[in-house]
Ligand binder design. Structure first.
Ligand SMILES: NC(=O)c1ccc[n+]([C@@H]2O[C@H](COP(=O)([O-])OP(=O)(O)OC[C@H]3O[C@@H](n4cnc5c(N)ncnc54)[C@H](O)[C@@H]3O)[C@@H](O)[C@H]2O)c1
Length: 351
């Protein structure tokens, strides 16, 4: 591989993909293409930017001309850029369609025009809709239920057109919910950890019985690279784990990590307009090819708590300052100001 592009590489999942791409393809030029929305953070990839290992290009995947410049001469494009938060999609669904559908279309068109050799499209288990029993295989009909998952399913339909009409070298992955460091604390695990750090309650939607599988972002990133190398063009691969928790169990796990009785910290709020009861995928196809998850949330929860405590200063607009009681052990060092990145090229990075 000479050049690899990761869209959305400054976001949560994207930054883990960048870690794995840099580790696995040690000689390749790695380019992150990211709009740097509220969910993108240059600190997620600063450990690669400082030694000039990765180049950051700031721009919009819905901009065809920019996409063409970014993917020119790329051997591999991994498309992880997206609006990703279901709650936001209920209020701002058009932005989800713009980025997730139009953005995917513009990027695929750019890849077609620039003859990119392989494209891995990052999709989600949410495109199957709720799966109350068993597990969805890759052949299952897509039945998305909210503006986010609908936009992800719509993006996949665009890809099917590119596969059939142009024989574009596209592979699609559909992953379970992810957990890991660097996840923006709008999602349940980092939000609850930050709530515990600041003495807030853990607010559960509905009755807390909705279930999700939680896959480690590192395991996910390894699967993405695995599929990039071994995945067959036109195929879809589910990426999953057996680690399944209700939202209530997640809250209990986190309160336990802080040595607090869950009944003292959990509170309930009205549910989303629609909230899928459960997602579940079968990843036998990938397992038979040789990938399987190695990590699990209950072992990793302490590590996550430590990371969010140490990096709490990233999110002042969400949670204010860390209370003195929680801040005792905190040492925040060497954070890179976001202003270092201007439109176009990140300052000081090679072109
Ligand atoms: N996080 C999960 O649990 C999960 C699970 C399965 C699949 N996915 C998929 O993984 C991908 C990444 O999810 P995430 O959780 O890391 O999201 P995220 O919100 O943390 O990051 C998204 C990134 O995309 C960038 N971005 C947004 N709009 C853009 C645009 N128009 N042009 C260029 N960049 C743009 C953001 O700046 C950010 O860096 C998404 O495609 C999502 O559907 C996520």
């Amino acid at each position: 591989m000479r050049k690899i592009v990761v869209t959305g590489g400054a976001g949560f999942a994207g930054s883990h993909i960048v870690d794995e791409v840099c580790r696995h393809f040690s000689d390749a030029k790695v380019v992150v293409f990211d709009k740097m929305t509220y969910a993108g953070d240059v600190r997620n990839i600063s450990h690669h930017l400082f030694p000039n290992r990765v180049q950051l290009l700031v721009g919009d995947v819905a901009d065809l001309d920019m996409c063409r410049r970014v993917v020119k001469d790329a051997d591999l494009v991994i498309h992880a850029a997206a609006e990703s938060h279901v709650d936001n999609s209920f209020g701002n669904s058009l932005e989800f369609t713009r980025t997730n559908v139009l953005g995917t279309h513009a990027l695929m068109e750019a890849c077609r025009q620039e003859k990119v050799r392989k494209i891995v499209h990052v999709s989600t288990d949410e495109v199957y809709g709720q799966v109350m029993e068993g597990a969805a295989s890759e052949n299952e009909v897509l039945r998305p239920t909210n503006p986010y998952s609908s936009s992800k399913a719509a993006a996949e339909m665009i890809l099917q057109g590119y596969l059939q009409s142009y024989h574009e070298p596209i592979v699609i992955i559909r992953a379970n919910n992810l957990y890991g460091i660097r996840q923006f604390p709008e999602k349940i695990i980092p939000r609850f950890i930050c709530h515990m750090l600041t003495g807030r309650k853990l607010t559960l939607h509905g009755n807390g019985t909705n279930r999700r599988h939680y896959l480690s972002a590192q395991d996910f990133a390894e699967a993405v690279v695995f599929v990039a190398e071994k995945g067959e063009v036109g195929e879809v691969y589910n990426i999953g784990t057996t680690e399944e928790y209700t939202n209530l169990q997640v809250a209990e796990l986190i309160s336990k990590a802080f040595d607090k009785p869950s009944r003292e910290v959990i509170t309930y709020i009205p549910d989303r307009p629609f909230n899928d009861g459960r997602y579940s995928v079968s990843w036998d196809k990938l397992m038979h090819m040789g990938w399987k998850p190695k990590n699990n949330l209950s072992d990793d929860i302490g590590m996550l708590v430590d990371w969010y405590r140490d990096n709490f200063a990233r999110y002042p607009e969400l949670f204010g300052e860390l209370p003195a009681s929680a801040a005792v052990e905190v040492e925040v060092a060497g954070l890179l100001p976001v202003q270092e990145v201007s439109n176009g090229l990140a300052k000081g990075l090679s072109s």
